[in-house]
Design a protein around this ligand. Structure first.
Ligand code: AHR
Length: 662
């Protein structure tokens, strides 16, 4: 909590002498800075789960805008008033990548027939904010004079209106702007057709004008801001199991996600039907947030892009379909073409598409993941083929290999992980990805998980992990302080092993309050607002204070908990840019822990130190939409004149100490 007053130190000393107790001592060796902390050490992992893309980060407000869901009118309702009559047909053009569109037949003149879209559990609109409506339309016959676009609130009260004219017999995009006169999280869009005749419509869309960087087809600004605040070193995307698909036909195919929006191939989201307890039959991928947008997002965030590609294997917990080895070439070609899309010259085949989409300069992608949570000899066979092809064309590309769904519990037992590691030791991928979805206690008991790993060979990426307060994927899991605090302790272990562990990220990233499938999640949101969980602030404190070199740290006489686990966990780095020693200390006990901190080798202090404290009153505390900052970092500064000082650590807390040295 605080530096200790000198008078108190004296009393403490007397007390400890009297009781024969020794105060915990944290010693940091500043004389020999160790391994460099990778600039990519702390990153983020985005997967389209929990309505993270459509209905979340991707700011589109219309659900099923191109009528490609299995039920073409899911999310839509035909509306009519004053006895107006009409007919709605679904037409399918087999030649199109986005084959369906809507045909509306209006036998009589009028303005009382149309369609209503319900959005993603409603649409979030802000008072006085502007919205851009757009539609692809053509008049087939008759006298259709205009569309009347209306936004209504949850009580069907109109809150915005606009008239769109100028429809012709040519397929074209038309746009108009609306301004909402009130704030609601559950608005709906109504499209009324004025006139009589036959009208075709497709790509009916509504976007807030205010998006991240004011881009059209943009992302929700508040959600990207939360990501930017993490200062992530990398962005892993697009998954996760979504890369693998329930079967291979549903795998993520990046080529379906680029180019004009109307040509992106809408696909069912594998989380649509995965959890019986959270069915979301309206969960699809419009790919409005596609690979181009992912690369752009990584660039905006200053994060290294880390795409994961399907390696010819569907999710091994679902169908486990395999592309036969002799049919693997298209999968490998997809990976090679992706590298060209990201890094190729603007006149290369795929680089030209990137340039045409607006990014002439390459994205400078440096790493790629081969498969997500794969295992077994079938994975090794496929990995080898990918690795040979990629490394022979792009020797500098860093390859990431997987170790299944959890580095500790395997469907087929420990021999499965031993087998994989025996292969990785031989094949030497650049990076091996390990996942941990375990109880909070596991993270505390395994803070030193990487201490005993071999130092030679692949670097480690802790690519998906989060404490599960109840059980893996349980709908009752919470983002509570216990989980976050024990994760903080685990992260001191990751940081102490930064010579080996060069990347880590929490999973999953986003959860929609009304449309989630999986919890816990790092960031929660509804249609209007969002907040970072306690776990988010733990990630943020590590990510924003990484330092550049590892320092040796020892904690002596740590208090013990009842179950004999330690009470105090710590890591230390040196930040050569600011000249700060950065200490991260986690006190998981209920008590104030009074310590002596020794910065060995520091001759002169460099001014006031800063303490950033993250704490909660209870292990069950959580942030929420109502109390988004209940658990929130508090910063203070204090004077330090000596490299040996006493410091009290608050009960149940993570503290970052930044100590300037000369
Ligand atoms: O993070 C949720 C899921 O957990 C990911 O899709 C998958 O990779 C893991 O099993």
């Amino acid at each position: 909590m605080h530096p200790v007053h000198p008078h108190k130190i004296f009393v403490l000393l007397l007390l400890s002498v009297a009781l024969g107790a020794t105060a915990p001592r944290i010693s940091v060796d500043v004389t020999q800075p160790g391994a460099a902390i990778s600039p990519t050490m702390y990153g983020i992992f985005f997967e389209d789960i929990n309505f993270a893309a459509d209905g979340g980060l991707y700011a589109e407000l219309v659900k099923n805008r191109s009528f490609e869901f299995d039920w073409p009118l899911r999310g839509w309702q035909v509306i009519s008033r004053d006895g107006a009559k009409g007919r709605v047909l679904i037409l399918r053009d087999e030649k199109s990548r986005n084959p369906r569109h809507l045909r509306i037949q209006l036998p009589q003149q009028g303005n009382g027939f149309g369609l209503m879209n319900e959005g993603f559990r409603g649409m979030g609109l802000w008072q006085d904010a502007d919205y851009r409506f757009s539609v692809m339309a053509r008049i087939i016959e008759g006298d259709i004079t205009a569309l009347r676009i209306e936004l209504v609130d949850e009580n069907e009260r109109p809150i915005a209106e606009a008239r769109l004219e100028g429809l012709t017999s040519v397929w074209q995009s038309h746009q108009c702007q609306l301004t909402s006169n009130s704030t609601t999280s559950a608005a709906k869009l109504k499209v009324w057709i004025i006139g009589s005749g036959v009208l075709d419509m497709d790509m009916i869309s509504l976007f807030p004008k205010e998006t991240w960087k004011a881009r059209t087809n943009g992302l929700r600004a508040d959600l990207v801001q939360l990501l930017a605040d993490l200062q992530p070193g990398f962005l892993r995307f697009p998954g996760g199991c979504i890369v693998e698909g329930f079967d291979l036909s549903q795998r993520y195919q990046w080529k379906n996600t680029i180019g004009p929006l109307e040509e992106r191939v809408v696909t069912i989201n594998r989380w649509n039907f995965e959890f019986k307890h959270r069915p979301t039959p309206d969960y699809y991928q419009s790919y409005g947030l596609g690979f181009y947008e992912y690369f752009l997002l990584a660039e905006d965030l200053g994060a290294e892009p880390m795409p994961i590609v399907n390696c010819g294997m569907a999710c091994q917990f679902n169908t486990a379909e395999l592309a036969p080895l002799h049919q693997l070439d298209p999968y490998i070609a997809d990976a090679l073409d992706l590298i060209e899309f990201a890094n190729g010259a603007a006149d290369s085949k795929w680089g030209a598409i990137r340039a045409e989409m607006g990014h002439v300069e390459p994205f400078n992608m440096k790493m790629i993941g081969i498969g997500n949570e794969q295992w077994g000899p079938q994975y090794i066979e496929r990995y080898v083929k990918f690795a040979d092809a990629i490394k022979s064309k792009y020797p500098q590309m860093q390859l990431i290999a997987a170790t299944g769904s959890d580095a500790t519990i395997f469907p087929n037992g420990q021999e499965e992980i031993d087998y994989l590691w025996s292969q990785w030791r031989k094949l030497e991928p650049d990076i091996v990805d390990e996942h941990f979805y375990r109880a909070p206690e596991w993270f505390l008991q395994n803070v030193d998980w990487y201490d005993s790993y071999e130092r030679s060979g692949p670097r480690l990426f802790v690519g998906e992990w989060a404490s599960q307060s109840v059980g893996v994927g349980s709908p009752d899991n919470r983002n509570n302080w216990k989980c976050a605090l024990y994760e903080a302790a685990f992260m001191t272990g990751l940081e102490r092993n930064a010579d080996l562990v060069t990347m880590t990220c929490y999973a999953p990233l986003f959860g929609h309050e009304e449309a989630w499938q999986w919890r816990p999640d790092l960031i929660w949101f509804d249609n209007l607002t969002s907040y970072g969980t306690a776990n988010y602030y733990v990630q943020k404190l590590f990510s924003c204070h990484p330092g550049t070199r590892l320092l040796e740290i020892g904690v002596e006489e740590s208090p013990k908990q009842d179950d004999e686990t330690k009470g105090l966990y710590a890591s230390a780095t040196l930040d050569e840019k600011s000249g700060h020693v950065i200490l991260k200390v986690v006190n998981v006990t209920d008590d104030v822990v009074e310590t002596t901190i020794d910065l060995n080798g520091v001759k002169k202090m460099g001014g006031n130190a800063t303490a950033i404290l993250l704490r909660a009153d209870s292990l069950t505390d959580e942030n929420s939409l109502e109390e988004p900052k209940k658990i929130y970092p508090q910063e203070s500064s204090f004077e330090l004149t000596d490299a040996r000082f006493d410091y009290e650590f608050t009960p149940l807390s993570l503290t970052i100490l930044r100590v300037p040295i000369e």
